[in-house]
Design a protein around this ligand. Structure first.
Ligand SMILES: *Cc1c(COP(=O)(O)O)cnc(C)c1O
Length: 235
């Protein structure tokens, strides 16, 4: 890895971490309540590894094939991989062994297949329920009203651990709209928490990307998924 690439990544990482600290402080929260996950979908495996060398261990991909390429090429490195985009059921077998957290549980059938695969590996897979909070027809995820009836079914899957909710804000509408969407996800979580089956905890809110992570932290994000801002200045 060229020296300048490593320097740029270290600078970007320090800047983003500083911005997360500031946003947490403004919201009256502790910075260690927010986990930064670096989304490496724009860069190659060498650059992802350089980000890890710069000190970011939580890395994510949106497409399963890209996750396989990167994660399998650096099995020796101590990365914690997250899958944040849609997973087709036929991609589950190769994905489950590689990841620490699935952010994109978006159908009951996917839950069944994930559960089966995790069982074969003798592990439990932590997962977040993806919610289509903005109502965008092009997005994956459950509609907000459909999450509550789902919880008792998900609780049956002994090899899945549901840790929270994930969402993306509307593309249009800027930071005000983003903040409203994040507030709606938090309120949904707060309502559901009271009704949760024992095995399900909804402590995590995965929300906020490069353009709106400050709004997300203000509304209670515990995980922010950031790509673009970490790779600024790279050719
Ligand atoms: C690409 C992606 C991100 C990161 O987006 P940036 O705007 O590049 O920070 C976060 N979450 C998901 C699901 C993504 O696909």
């Amino acid at each position: 890895m060229q020296r300048d690439v490593q320097d740029i990544l270290a600078e970007n990482l320090a800047r983003v971490r500083g911005q997360i600290d500031d946003a947490a402080r403004e919201a009256g929260r502790r910075t260690d309540e927010v986990t930064l996950v670096g989304v490496t979908k724009y860069v190659d495996a060498d650059t992802a590894r350089a980000l890890l060398d710069a000190g970011l261990h939580d890395l994510a991909e949106s497409r399963p094939q890209q996750l396989w390429d990167k994660a399998e090429s650096m099995l020796d490195a101590d990365a914690r991989w997250h899958q944040v985009g849609h997973v087709q059921r036929n991609k589950v077998r190769r994905t489950v062994p590689l990841i620490e957290l699935l952010h994109s549980l978006d159908s009951p059938r996917l839950a069944a297949v994930l559960n089966e695969e995790a069982a074969k590996l003798g592990r439990t897979l932590p997962a977040l329920i993806e919610v289509n909070i903005s109502g965008d027809a092009a997005k994956h995820g459950f509609m907000p009203d459909d999450v509550e009836p789902l919880l008792s079914d998900l609780a049956q899957f002994e090899h899945l651990e549901i840790h929270g909710l994930m969402s993306m804000a509307a593309l249009e509408g800027g930071s005000d709209r983003a903040r409203q969407d994040f507030a709606r996800l938090r309120k949904l979580r707060d309502r559901l928490r009271a009704k949760c089956p024992d095995r399900i905890t909804l402590d995590d809110l995965s929300m906020g990307m490069s353009r709106d992570f400050r709004e997300a932290i203000a509304e209670g994000a515990t995980i922010v998924r950031i790509g673009t801002a970490l790779f600024e200045g790279l050719r």
